[in-house]
Design a protein around this ligand. Structure first.
Ligand code: ADP
Length: 161
């Protein structure tokens, strides 16, 4: 059984993440979406809120599980028996960072490989940070995040569209 982990902050999950989840889950038996608490990033949603939203958005994909990642992601991948780490790449900046992380994770885990999926063209400029910026200016979000995510963001911040 081939299990993969797609780790990230998902603060919040965007259409770009959903696209990667759909494509990666079609390649493996089980895809675990791992919600990491990144100490270097100020987060809008709590880890539990992020987990709940991802569960809701992926509920129709049978082989997707959503978990919080406690501690180091590489160690977590080994613990849950994941053989692959999936990452999405939008541009050369992502690639530079992801390439370094992939090498470090390989050194830390031994045999867990990282695979990269190129972002779909409509998502290459989309990020969780841009969604938060648009939200702060009361902008429209419906083309960037699933409806349930937009509703949660507006409820949490009181920002209207
Ligand atoms: P992290 O803090 O780990 O970078 P993110 O939630 O920002 O977490 O992203 C998780 C993963 O999804 C990363 O591999 C990132 O490059 C990828 N990703 C982010 N936005 C998109 C997008 N619009 N299209 C494809 N992949 C994306």
């Amino acid at each position: 059984m081939l299990k993969a982990i797609y780790p990230g902050s998902f603060d919040p999950i965007t259409n770009g993440h959903v696209d990667i989840i759909k494509r990666a889950s079609a390649m493996v038996d089980v895809l675990v979406v791992g919600v990491c608490g990144n100490p270097n990033k100020h987060s809008l949603l709590t880890p539990d809120e992020r987990v709940e939203l991802i569960k809701e958005v992926t509920k129709e994909i049978d082989n997707v599980q959503v978990m919080r990642v406690e501690g180091m992601m590489g160690e977590f991948a080994v613990e849950i028996g994941a053989k692959l780490i999936v990452r999405g790449v939008r541009d050369i900046n992502d690639f530079t960072n992801e390439f370094q992380r992939a090498i470090i994770n390989k050194q830390l885990t031994g045999d867990v490989e990282t695979i990269f999926l190129a972002a779909s063209p409509e998502n290459i400029t989309l990020s969780s940070s841009s969604v938060k910026e648009i939200l702060a200016f009361n902008g429209k979000l419906d083309m960037f995040v699933p409806a349930v995510v937009e509703a949660k963001l507006r409820e949490k911040t009181g920002r209207e569209g």
